[in-house]
Design a protein around this ligand. Sequence first.
Ligand SMILES: Nc1ncnc2c1ncn2[C@@H]1O[C@H](COP(=O)(O)OP(=O)(O)OP(=O)(O)O)[C@@H](O)[C@H]1O
Length: 372
Amino acid sequence: MNTLDVKDVVKYFGETIALNHASFTLTNDDFLVLAGPSNSGKTTLLRLLSGLEQPESGQIILNGVNITPDSPATRKVALVTQKYGLAAQMSVYDNIAQTLRFRRLSKKNIYQQVQSALELLELQHIQKTPLRHLSGGEIQRVAIGKAMVKDADLYLFDEPIIQLDPHTRHRVHQAIQMVHRLKLAISIYATQNPTAALTIATRLAIIHQGQIQQIGTPHELLHRPANLFIAHYLNQPLNQLTASLQATETGYVVQADGLSFTLSTAWHMTLAPLHKHAIVTLGIRPNAIHFAWAFSSIDVSTYIQLQAHVLRIELLMGKWTLQLSIGQQTTLVAELKDINHPSLLPGKSLNLAINPDDIYLFHPITETLLQP
Ligand SMILES: Nc1ncnc2c1ncn2[C@@H]1O[C@H](COP(=O)(O)OP(=O)(O)OP(=O)(O)O)[C@@H](O)[C@H]1O
């Protein structure tokens, strides 16, 4: 079984801390999606793992061996980067075969390995074509093919900045997944946009300003984001409301504009330090808001029920959403499955329900998740 232990790794570029005490462990079942905004440290981490950069401190341990001082050539690590490491004038076949030729394998052996990669990546028909004649998605797949023929224990993929169309991106993801399954090796995929990559992730790490904010299963991060930044990053858009908190004998009344609910005394340990009339930040995912016409399919008896008015329907980040007004001046965004429902007329009143367990509570100052 392969294991990767990243232990307290720190990397500076001049004054900039590009990686701030990163620590995590992966095994060969793991497909980690490393997601974060631009300049958050994703490429730096991949370059450190592949040996293209050296850390200031910390260790990288692959299969029990400390590889931190090893050169890229001696590490069993394959890196697919935005720059590809490919030659534009060379054919698809030659680009993939290059790594194997350096290893002085027989021509027949090289031919067989390259053909099998070409077949799996559906690149056989263009194997003689020079790279400069290929599309962005095809070049990505050649880069993956090149990594595929490398006998590595760790596969690293840096998503290209160039926008791939959804179909091409899907094919690239499929190819990456195939490498992971075939090699049974740990894979890490760095991306600015986690939503598409979530389907292939078994583990998800969110990185921001060089710091790994949280690592866990995609389900854990979606349902229990460690802080407000992660909640916003994974739910674009996230409804964010400010609420007051009032301690009563039976629990805590949380009151926001147009929305009120009570938290049980199980929250006492968490909320008591916030004092008697504190403020908390609420986060509500657009897909956690249920419409009255769907109430029959869920048990809403324990849900928070509220009234809203329809403002408008909008396409946001490729999803149909409904903008709703609640209370005096709050706008909520809800995900919409049926955009033709007759109740969706501007100004119309709608009944909504939200599962209180689906509402995130964040500390008003530290913005960390509050849990009972
Ligand atoms: N060679 C370098 N010299 C100086 N600063 C660097 C270098 N490489 C990275 N940095 C800095 O380190 C930080 C992290 O950069 P990095 O490229 O790892 O981010 P990223 O998350 O991969 O960004 P993107 O998604 O835009 O590729 C940034 O502030 C960046 O400017």
